[in-house]
Design a protein around this ligand. Structure first.
Ligand SMILES: Cc1cc2nc3c(=O)[nH]c(=O)nc-3n(C[C@H](O)[C@H](O)[C@H](O)COP(=O)(O)OP(=O)(O)OC[C@H]3O[C@@H](n4cnc5c(N)ncnc54)[C@H](O)[C@@H]3O)c2cc1C
Length: 436
């Protein structure tokens, strides 16, 4: 009997799972259920708008979606339109690929002031994610502090300081472009508790900071060591040592850049632990304590300084959103190499937590397909017929992949200035493309 599988979430891990399942057996049907009308998860809503090449990976996912054994159900949310328990009744296997979309809690004194905004919301906002369309961000400030020294923090800093010309050929949401480019932002401070040896950015992303039209990277030469001490090399591992060596070389080059004549600056503030957000109702600054790294851990020195800023963006990691019927711990689904239970599996960030690049999600798909093959040699549940009937009964408006392609075509037709697309950021506007 044909095996019916529901994959919840259409980001990289959802598509890689579909690909592995299609390869693992002929007699399988796969329904990909996605809460937004638009597919591709963080490829569309996370990856920076000026990294168009990275987003091209979606072309490979299109091929997977066009397999006759795969059906896309966009605009269907698990928890709102259907529950996990109902899906498990309908499908032989359910694969959770819902990612990690909520900011990790950030709670230093003052964290609830106006002007503190988690990176998930900020990135979603500039990428046109419907959940963040109406944030009404106040960017009327010259200083912004981004807490974190990884690729996401670098993306945010770059988007804040690039010029309209540098962002023209990107899919930065139009309202975000208008707000960022009208803002008086001059200084972006990237603060990390630890040092450049522990920083999580990849070298390609770091180097971009030295190639901006009107912004200069500011690095304190005294914070950049000449080489990597053996105990640190042991602690961070061989692969990271190579990345750290390249990063040190790049940061050293940055110390030689003369910022004179540049309008904006991105300050790399290593060894800076945020301890308090300053101001009244609104953020006016960030107090940081200088640290030393001892045995890989940041230890406070008792020396404090204040960073003037009107916006603080903690970029310290993500948690997965809990789903009824799924056990959770440490911000992700409790699982054993992806298996939650026989018939219920997790892949991608809801399985592993928020780390790794797009390709890191691929092995999760292979593992899930292998486990499904092992646990469920025979299918038998109704799958799609039951889902369609259920959705018709509760007034849902599922979007097919062909309909998504029509939305995409309209976004591409609306693009200007060499941009790949002009995104719709409201679900109603996407539906209007289809239904008038
Ligand atoms: C800001 C940012 C920038 C990044 N940039 C890069 C980069 O440049 N290069 C790179 O290689 N990697 C990058 N990454 C990492 C990469 O995006 C992730 O590895 C990858 O997207 C994780 O895939 P996923 O499928 O687990 O989750 P996601 O991509 O988040 O996909 C989850 C999907 O599930 C859907 N969903 C959630 N809840 C439900 C529900 N209840 N019902 C139905 N659907 C639901 C969501 O709408 C979403 O479409 C970046 C990550 C972030 C956060």
């Amino acid at each position: 009997m044909t095996l019916s599988v529901a994959i919840v979430g259409s980001g990289p891990s959802g598509f890689y799972s579909a690909e592995s399942l299609l390869r693992s057996r002929e007699d399988v049907t796969i329904d990909i259920i996605e809460r937004l009308p638009t597919p591709y998860g963080l490829i569309r809503a996370g990856v920076a708008p000026d990294h168009a090449k990275t987003k091209n990976v979606a072309r490979a996912y299109e091929k997977i979606a066009s397999d006759p054994r795969v059906t896309y159900f966009g605009n269907v949310e698990v928890g709102r339109d259907i529950t996990i328990a109902e899906l498990r009744e309908m499908y032989d296997a359910v694969v959770l690929a819902t990612g990690a979309s909520v900011d990790k809690p950030f709670s230093i004194p003052g964290h609830d002031k106006e002007g503190v905004l988690g990176v998930a919301a900020f990135v979603g906002w500039y990428n046109g994610h419907p959940d963040f369309r109406d944030l009404n961000l106040n960017l009327d400030t010259e200083g912004v502090a981004v807490i974190g020294i990884g690729n996401v923090a670098i993306d945010v800093a770059r988007v804040l300081v690039k010029t309209p010309a540098e962002m023209a050929a990107t899919d930065l949401a139009d309202y975000a472009a208008a707000a960022v480019h009208a803002s008086p932002i001059k200084d972006v401070y990237m603060c990390g508790r630890r040092g450049p040896l522990q920083a999580q950015f990849t070298n390609v992303e770091l180097r971009e900071m030295g190639q901006l039209d009107v912004a200069a990277p500011i690095v304190d030469a005294a914070q950049i060591p000449d080489d990597i001490p053996p105990e640190v090399a042991d602690e961070i591992g061989e692969r990271n040592v190579r990345v750290a060596q390249r990063n040190l070389a790049t940061l050293r080059e940055f110390t030689e850049i003369d910022p004179t004549g540049k309008d904006k600056r991105v300050h790399f503030r290593f060894f800076s632990n945020p301890v308090e957000i300053l101001g009244g109702d609104r953020v006016e600054g960030l107090r940081v304590e200088k640290t030393e790294v001892v045995d890989g851990r940041a230890v406070g020195t008792g020396e404090f300084s204040d960073i003037p800023c009107g916006l603080v963006i903690p970029a310290i990691g993500y948690y997965s959103e809990p789903i009824d019927g799924v056990p959770f711990e440490d911000g992700r689904a409790r699982n054993q190499d992806g298996r939650i239970d026989v018939g219920l599996y997790a892949v991608g960030w809801i399985k592993r937590g928020p780390s790794g690049v797009i390709g890191s999600n691929k092995p999760d798909g292979d593992a899930a397909a292998a486990q499904i093959l092992e646990d469920l040699p025979e299918g038998g549940k109704p799958g799609q017929a039951a889902l369609t009937q259920h959705l018709a009964g509760n007034g849902a408006r599922p979007i097919s992949f062909e309909e998504w392609k029509r939305i995409e075509a309209a976004e591409e037709a609306n693009a200007t200035d060499g941009a790949p697309r002009r995104k719709y950021s409201r679900v109603a506007d996407m539906l209007a493309v289809l239904d008038g």
